[in-house]
Design a protein around this ligand. Structure first.
Ligand code: GBH
Length: 450
């Protein structure tokens, strides 16, 4: 008798891996690429761990063919990657760099040869520095420039790409970058400017959707990748679930809430007060145009319970609570179940892809040709069990992309923090699949949690 907990995933379930251009490509100033805000940020003292830069990274720019061969050897058939805007438009706008388009054409050709389907993110944080110099995401001009860049890329690759992701994690390149100054460009703007930046990100998403609809061809699919704030009910009882639902609704009001609502809610506008964003007449027609799927990056989340009067109340993490080496990444596998369930219930999303999930650790040495990351295998297995539970409960999750294919430039943490299932020796560029890579290969091949 086959036990339900060992059942296979639905036929056609998408198993993939993910990366982003700035984190792996290197070749930061090669073939006409312009400077990005991360190239600049990494050169400012004290911003990135160890003074690491993106100049070489995994040298994927020159090694993509071997990387795809390795990917294919693990049975990975779907790969989420991003395109570097400053490779295509070195100044963000204006002159097109044909060599940049040619690079991605070679890359997609190589993927096709290795039987790997691309899922392309148009913006994963590497804003051209030239645009930042003219106001960056504070300026509506950047939104228009993004629309032109997105149109160029979609037109160039419509014959090869069917899956498009507009933006990666609005909260990170707005709030964390311009609000807290932790990510490039590393500034702290006032509340009104930050709300305007959020709004500009939403309009940019809308312009990319429009570009895919106009030029992507009949089979093209498009969606946003969001890192919604997700919480986990401490007990799965009606009171705590209701509290979690309310916490989730409030926290995501300004992004997924506004998109699904077709405008900013009164509740959000009251919260903004005098700092509310300026909205042009047709903005929400763009922002709220239907998409084909929602991408969710799910890593962790707080635990919430019903407090007095059922009000959501976060339960603080005690010091003994398990974490990865990334200090923000505490162990909470149910984020997969509740992240997808709350999105489905709250916004009526019909198709969800988990576009990232994974964990970051520091010391994962290669010993006798092997990397023993049993900790990551355990992390994956626990999260995949929650994915299976979500699917069993009828939540429409159609795919899962593991972050990341290989160790890479982990933003402000530099190369210290490793998220890959493939180990990269950054001195030699040697790749070594970790124990978790062999585990994930077995999951893909069996189409179930093994
Ligand atoms: C993703 O972000 C990114 O898309 C990806 O590029 C990255 O490599 C990967 O995850 C791993 O980090 O400093 O306390 O304010 C993940 C979501 C949310 C993780 C914000 C870091 C910083 C929290 N990120 N978080 S804090």
């Amino acid at each position: 008798m086959s036990l339900p907990c060992n059942s296979t995933f639905p036929a056609g379930f998408i198993w993939g891996v993910a990366t982003a251009a700035a984190q792996i490509e290197g070749a930061a100033f090669t073939d006409g690429k312009g400077e990005s805000i991360w190239d600049r940020f990494a050169r400012q003292p004290g911003k990135v761990h160890g003074g690491d830069t993106l100049d070489v990274a995994c040298d994927h720019y020159h090694r993509f063919d071997e990387d795809f061969a390795l990917m294919a050897s693990l049975g990975v058939k779907h790969y989420r990657l991003s395109i570097s805007w400053p490779r295509i438009y070195p100044d963000g706008d204006g002159e097109l760099n044909q060599a940049g388009l040619d690079f991605y054409a070679r890359l997609f050709d190589a993927m096709a040869r290795h039987g790997i389907t691309p899922w392309v993110t148009l913006f994963h944080w590497d804003l051209p520095q030239a645009l930042e110099d003219r106001g960056g995401w504070r300026a509506r001009e950047t939104v228009e420039a993004f629309g032109r860049y997105a149109t160029t890329v979609v037109q160039a690759f419509a014959d090869r790409i069917e899956h498009w992701i507009t933006l990666n994690e609005i909260r990170c390149f707005t709030q964390l970058a311009y609000g807290y100054g932790l990510k490039a460009p590393g500034v702290k703007v006032d509340a009104a400017t930050l709300n305007q930046i959020y709004h500009h990100a939403l309009v940019s998403h809308g312009l990319a959707v429009q570009a895919v609809r106009q030029y992507g061809g009949p089979r093209a699919q498009v969606g946003l990748t969001d890192n919604s704030d997700v919480c986990i009910p401490v007990t799965e009882t009606p009171a705590d679930i209701a509290a979690a639902r309310e916490w989730y609704r409030r926290k995501n009001l300004h992004l997924l809430g506004a998109i699904s609502n077709g405008g900013y809610s009164d509740e959000y506008l009251e919260r903004c007060g005098k700092d509310a964003p300026k909205v042009a007449a047709d903005d929400f027609a763009l922002i709220s145009a239907p998409t084909d799927f929602l991408g969710l990056n799910l890593y962790t989340g707080p635990f919430v319970r019903a407090g007095a009067d059922g009000e959501p109340e976060e339960v603080l993490l005690p010091s003994a609570y398990p974490k990865a080496d990334s200090p923000w990444l505490h162990w909470a596998p149910q984020v997969i179940y509740w992240g997808t369930r709350l999105a489905h219930e709250t916004y009526g999303v019909k198709s969800i892809y988990i576009t990232e999930n994974g964990c970051g650790y520091n010391d994962e040495p290669v010993v006798a040709g092997e990397v023993n990351d049993l900790h990551r295998r355990e992390f994956l297995r626990a999260h995949l069990r929650e994915l299976q539970r979500a699917i069993a409960d009828g939540i429409p999750v159609d795919g899962y992309f593991l972050w990341s294919f290989m160790d890479n430039f982990e933003w402000e943490d530099g190369y210290e923090r490793r998220f890959g299932i493939v180990h990269v020796d950054f001195a030699t560029q040697q790749r070594t699949p970790k124990l978790s890579a062999h585990y994930y290969a077995a999951v893909i091949s069996a189409n179930r949690v093994v």
